[in-house]
Design a protein around this ligand. Structure first.
Ligand SMILES: [Mg+2]
Length: 188
């Protein structure tokens, strides 16, 4: 039997953008969201207050992967800023040069990493090329757009966890059906 029946079925991937998801910008300084500025490589980044807790919960259902122009620098700074205990995440590196405010340059690297696995992608710059990629894929795929001034929300975390749970139960049902232990209901 194919690997789909295996207990070892890999968890879905969640590609995590940083700017506009974890590090916020373009918000009204008089009405700043919860969080605070941190100096990273000489630049001030406003890290959302709940981002660490959100990622911690998501890590229980997904393999988290940095998908950000920060590339390897994400691991140098964010695990400690976000209190992700000792956790260095896999990091995409890109063939194309990053273009601020867009995400098309991430698609080929995202596609390579996600091949054969369910995948979700949270980013503030998802565009038509990302949507076209999601539609092309045969594996379950979920795009989660954020607003740069707000970043990842509690609601989005809930939606992602539900999506992952649904995948697991679909898989379990499929495995049960294939094992032949479930009686077939005959059509009337
Ligand atoms: Mg971004």
């Amino acid at each position: 039997m194919g690997p789909i029946l295996s207990e070892e079925e890999p968890s879905p991937v969640l590609f995590v953008d940083v700017d506009g998801v974890i590090s916020l910008f373009d918000f009204d300084p008089n009405d700043a969201p919860p969080g605070r500025f941190h100096l990273v490589d000489g630049l001030h980044h406003y890290i959302a207050g709940s981002a660490g807790e959100h990622l911690g919960r998501l890590a229980e259902a997904f393999e988290l992967v940095w998908a950000t122009g920060w590339e390897h620098r994400a691991n140098e700074h964010l695990p400690s800023l976000l209190a992700l205990p000792g956790r260095e995440l896999p990091t995409l590196s890109f063939d194309e040069r990053p273009v601020w405010g867009t995400a098309h340059w991430k698609v080929s690297a995202v596609d390579r990493y996600a091949r054969g696995r369910p995948a979700a992608w949270i980013d503030d710059s998802l565009d038509e090329s990302c949507e076209a990629w999601a539609e092309r894929r045969s594996e379950p795929t979920l795009l989660v757009p954020t607003e740069s001034a707000v970043g990842i929300t509690e609601e989005q975390v809930g939606g992602l966890l539900e999506w992952a749970a649904r995948l697991r139960s679909d898989e379990a049902r499929f495995a049960e059906r294939m094992s032949g232990e479930v009686e077939q209901i005959e059509p009337p």
